[in-house]
Design a protein around this ligand. Sequence first.
Ligand SMILES: NC(=O)c1ccc[n+]([C@@H]2O[C@H](COP(=O)([O-])OP(=O)(O)OC[C@H]3O[C@@H](n4cnc5c(N)ncnc54)[C@H](O)[C@@H]3O)[C@@H](O)[C@H]2O)c1
Length: 432
Amino acid sequence: MKLCMIGTGYVGLVSGVCFSDFGNDVICVDRDLNKIKNLKKGIIPIYEPGLEELVIKNYKNGRLKFSTDLKMSVSRSDIIFICVGTPTKKKSNAADLSQVYNVAKEIRNSISKFKIIITKSTVPVMTGDEIEKIISQKKTKKLFSVVSNPEFLREGEAIRDFSYPDRVVIGTADRRANQILKNLYSPLISKGAKYINTSRRAAELIKYASNAFLATKITFINEIANLCEKINVNVEDISIGMGLDKRIGGRFLRAGPAYGGSCFPKDTKAIITTANQYDINLSVIKSVIKSNKNRSSILLKRVSEILKGKIKNKKICFLGVTFKANTDDMRDSSTLLMIPSLIKKGAKVNYYDPTGLKREFVKYKNVICSKDIKSAIAESDLIIIHTEWNDFKSINFKLLVKNKKSIIFDMRNIYSSIKMKKLNINYFGVGR
Ligand SMILES: NC(=O)c1ccc[n+]([C@@H]2O[C@H](COP(=O)([O-])OP(=O)(O)OC[C@H]3O[C@@H](n4cnc5c(N)ncnc54)[C@H](O)[C@@H]3O)[C@@H](O)[C@H]2O)c1
């Protein structure tokens, strides 16, 4: 099939590459000239394990193309995926849909034969209705079908998640579009993915409800972790004990820093905004947002307690600064709150992230990016393990830490407290 992905970011690039790998003819379009130029040279704009190999393979075999020419790309394709950003609006908590609607306006002029227009971007309920209205101002409804097909991939696991999803959700009442999409997704269905055809509005809401629920699970266990710290119980035991119940499930039930990233923070806010429009109070999600906001303050308070209130001039090392492992995405990472706050209190921060220097911290003179783990932790008073990269899972702290009094605060509970105690290392986890 001939596909066009509009927006070559985390979602557009990953899904475009995977679709081409299944044998489709895909053009990934972006308005960012540099990004497209680099992709044509095999330079990948994001860090995502396994992506580079797949891009190079499919670009070389001609099934994957890159372009900035939206008009041409849409004209030659049968299925158009809108994969542009839907960030939070600057002055409210609603999703900013300007990129999505701009695309709808741009593509309507390039439709001369039947096309399926799909929102893969996360969009609030009834965005599909609006896109349909925008396009039908210029084209007859016989020429297009607007479908919702939310994406559930996780950064860091994107190729695997896309290729082996639990479910494919298709929101459309159009039988023809549904049949075409069922064929498109047949390689995934044959590997066990459940194919769900529902209404367009339901598909749009499934995505928001799913993200809000996952954010709730993380926040829930983070609060239980706070209690565990007071009563000398290990939150890991609680996660295992709860997670083994199939009704609950163990995933997204591990205590740690506040959730962040490009999805949960904005999507929880956006679903509340949608509900407010209908006078519905999503009180659970509201408390989740509040609790998550407070999470970084709780962890900072813990840092202060660990350092006995003496933060000034302390050398604090962060291992990992992105919102989670295996991604370079800094959007809404909890370090964006924690590091400036520690600097303000007089700390000197040194960080190492496997995806390199972060422009977000360049403006702080007391924040240094180290080139490797060894130099990052060497002279630290406090080492904070912020992100769960494999690189941080078997560090020989005894060998690497020059300041023998240094303390470890493991915000991901990677290490065993008992083993650390045996090694005579001053070690703290969360919810333990
Ligand atoms: N990142 C994730 O893990 C993830 C997972 C599931 C769903 N989503 C959703 O998918 C959507 C995209 O997210 P992302 O993280 O891939 O965003 P992104 O910011 O990485 O990529 C969006 C791309 O769209 C391009 N773009 C914007 N307007 C354009 C236009 N008119 N023409 C061509 N290109 C244009 C931008 O230049 C950018 O490269 C969002 O709605 C997000 O909520 C993201």
